[in-house]
Ligand binder design. Structure first.
Ligand code: SAM
Length: 663
């Protein structure tokens, strides 16, 4: 007996929990019911194999995973009255009986029904009653039911079963062609007349034969669909079915696929590397659509605030204040100075030229690194609005002067060499600017937002570089919290109806709680913080690729190289999507519940940043994640290519002097 109990435990861990069955009550019930007691003599040793098995009358006992997935989908409660159609061995009814108040189960083959009743009685499952008959008519005398589970595939959903659902009740049933696979549906009765319908994925069951099912005839007998067929599709097949092909990026049909994001407050678009052209093009096309059709007016990117502010001035045709450095001169230059970003920036400018200043879309940086640029911007601003305050600010920021060019050395110097830390000065300066909002911001609110955000950046960056020296999660968390708060400040500054598109790496926008970042290293990120604040109004979109080329460096501060991306590992999510054989596609996980569940079990995912080290790819670039938890949707581009860095030859005639890339 303990031998079966051990096998059962292993089956639950490996076949169910790791494949995404999450409901603890369902997992417990699957741990309790002895599947070996529901098999024909001689089959017991296969009881915990991952598949369906033959039973009498040419029928099957379903694969454990399918039993668990259907039971989980039925959301059984302790008091529920349940109907199962297709008793077969009695196993699924036994599992349901551990979770619900009562289970009525009906089987068209008398011998199967009798054996099942004996087994259930022998196990003492007294809340389970077996009936013989045509289950497509339901059991009108026992109705209504809180849940109905149908374990054979019909051509359509029998009306009788829908009618016998209680309001709030769930009917889980496979529907499809007689010979082919079916789709698993969950139908929820909302009112006397309204039903919601969801597809949970592809399955393959023996046919449902009866008045409201298939007709019985020799060639289509249930015995033709025997052992091994009542199983879920392979995960790559499920991906192939679920993935929506993507038109070309410049085809309006591409943007239209994302119209459903129109209701979101924030749409976060990731990237699986910082140097891939197709990721940039896809993000730009989605963003254009959201700006043009859905009133998004904020593009907030993983770039430094003062650098992005130069782009913002260009795209919104705003004044160029006195002191300004050429933006995006810091490593990794290609991440922003590339032809795809330049094309998007030009599009934004052209779009904005048709709009009144208050309706123009802006470009904002969320990141923390350009402390020097921010100090210069705050001083230039104060020089223009309050020269006395500028003199005080110069004094305060002077504390950071030795570290402005190499801020990463600040932390070590303060901690080990006894230099003065500048925290009090930068925090005080930031507070003082914020207190002057009314005085400074009255005439030029945009200018005030810019200065206040730079002052916040300096305060965050001082702390960031100080704690960076220790390593660990704290500095990462500070940076992502700063990025998130910056996003919130920008949204607030644009009013309660404002909507933002965020461009950042997958590691920032995919919910960190479902990656090693959160589970192992205690790190959070913008995606997680947005979900916590905006709930369903935040949409998180990840990107993935199998192979191709990428622009990256081999070391920090190194030269950009165009490197070949190794084909993705077979044991990664990328490997699964590649095996599905789709070149470009989009998966919306919430619309494909069965696939979502299959993909929940953690797997490797590849993260390429500005550095790519193919030789140590596994250690350097792969981490375990639960992809459908991490993102709401995934954009898959099987083969991708490096971005093209902007070189001086990209200078175009007629480009205004203020062109942000400064040629
Ligand atoms: N739930 C079962 C188990 O755990 O062993 C598996 C059932 S098997 C895949 C499907 C069962 O549905 C077969 O035993 C078949 O005879 C039965 N069936 C098909 N059409 C039916 C109908 N109209 N009414 C009742 N049972 C039906």
């Amino acid at each position: 007996m303990t031998q079966y109990a051990d096998l059962r435990d292993r089956m639950v861990d490996v076949q169910l929990a790791r494949r995404g069955i999450r409901d603890i009550r369902v997992l417990d019930a699957m741990r309790q019911v002895p599947r070996e007691r529901f098999l024909e003599a001689g089959f017991e040793e296969f009881a915990y194999e991952d598949g369906a098995l033959p039973i009498a009358n040419g029928q099957t006992i379903s694969q454990p995973y399918i039993v668990a997935a259907m039971t989980e989908a039925a959301e059984l409660k302790r008091t529920d009255k349940v109907l199962e159609v297709g008793t077969g061995s009695g196993y699924a009814a036994a599992v349901a009986s551990r979770l619900a108040g009562t289970v009525q189960t009906i089987e068209r083959h008398g011998p199967l029904a009798r054996t099942a009743q004996e087994r259930l009685a022998a196990l003492g499952y007294a809340n389970c009653t077996v009936h013989t008959g045509d289950g497509t008519r339901g059991l009108p005398d026992e109705a209504p039911f809180d849940a109905i589970l149908v374990t054979a595939g019909g051509p359509s959903v029998p009306d009788a079963l829908k009618r016998q659902l209680a309001v709030g009740g769930r009917l889980v049933i496979p529907v499809g062609n007689f010979e082919d696979e079916q789709s698993l549906f969950r139908i929820t009765r909302r009112t006397e007349t309204d039903y919601d319908e969801e597809t949970l994925g592809a399955v393959r069951f023996v046919p449902l034969i009866g008045e409201q099912g298939w007709a019985e005839d020799g060639t289509r007998a249930a015995s033709n669909h025997a052992a091994g067929h009542a199983r879920a599709q392979s995960v790559t097949d499920m991906i192939r079915v679920a993935i929506e092909p993507l038109p070309a990026f410049d085809d309006p049909a591409f943007g239209a696929l994302f119209d459903r994001f129109g209701q979101s407050r924030v749409v976060l678009l990731g990237e699986a590397s910082h140097g891939t052209s197709e990721f940039c093009q896809a993000r730009a096309a989605i963003t254009r659509r959201l700006i043009e059709k859905h009133g998004f007016a904020i593009v907030a990117v993983e770039a430094d605030w003062p650098d992005a502010a130069a782009i913002d001035r260009y795209v919104r045709g705003r004044e160029h204040p006195g002191s300004h450095e050429t933006p995006f001169e810091r490593f990794p230059i290609w991440m922003w100075r590339n032809t795809d970003v330049a094309a998007f920036v030009d599009w934004m400018r052209g779009h904005n030229e048709q709009k009144t200043p208050s309706d123009r879309a802006g470009f904002f940086g969320l990141d923390i690194y350009n402390m020097r640029g921010s100090i210069a911007a705050v001083l230039a601003y104060l020089d223009s609005v309050d020269p006395e305050a500028a003199a005080v600010a110069r004094e305060r920021y002077g504390c950071l002067t030795p570290w402005q060019r190499e801020p990463s050395t600040y932390g070590r110097a303060v901690l080990t060499e006894g230099y003065r830390k500048c925290e009090a000065e930068v925090v005080r300066q930031c507070q003082q600017i914020l207190q002057k909002q009314l005085a400074y911001g009255a005439e030029n609110p945009e200018g005030f937002l810019d200065a206040a955000q730079n002052a916040r950046l300096i305060a965050s960056a001082e702390r960031y570089y100080r704690i960076l020296y220790y390593g660990g999660a704290e500095s990462w968390n500070l940076r992502d919290t700063h990025m998130f708060e910056t996003l919130c400040h920008v949204l607030d500054a644009h009013g309660p109806q404002s909507k933002a598109v965020v461009w950042a790496h997958n590691s920032h926008i995919g919910d960190a709680r479902f990656t090693e970042m959160g589970t192992v290293r205690n790190e959070l990120n913008i995606g997680q913080l947005c979900r916590e604040k905006f709930g369903e109004a935040a949409t998180l979109v990840g990107f993935g690729t199998h192979t191709g080329t990428v622009a990256a460096a081999s070391n920090w501060d190194g030269e950009m190289e165009v490197l070949c991306v190794r084909p993705s590992r077979a044991d990664s999510y990328e490997g699964l999507f590649h095996d599905a054989g789709v070149e470009r596609g989009l998966v919306e996980f919430r619309r494909h519940e069965a696939l979502r569940r299959r993909l929940l079990e953690p797997r490797l995912e590849r993260f390429i940043g500005v550095i790519y080290r193919p030789d140590t790819e596994l250690q350097s670039h792969y981490a375990e994640t639960s992809l459908p938890h991490q993102f709401d949707e995934l954009i898959w581009l099987d083969e991708t290519h490096a971005v093209t860095r902007l070189e001086p030859e990209h200078r175009r005639t007629g480009v205004p002097d203020t062109y942000p890339f400064g040629f």
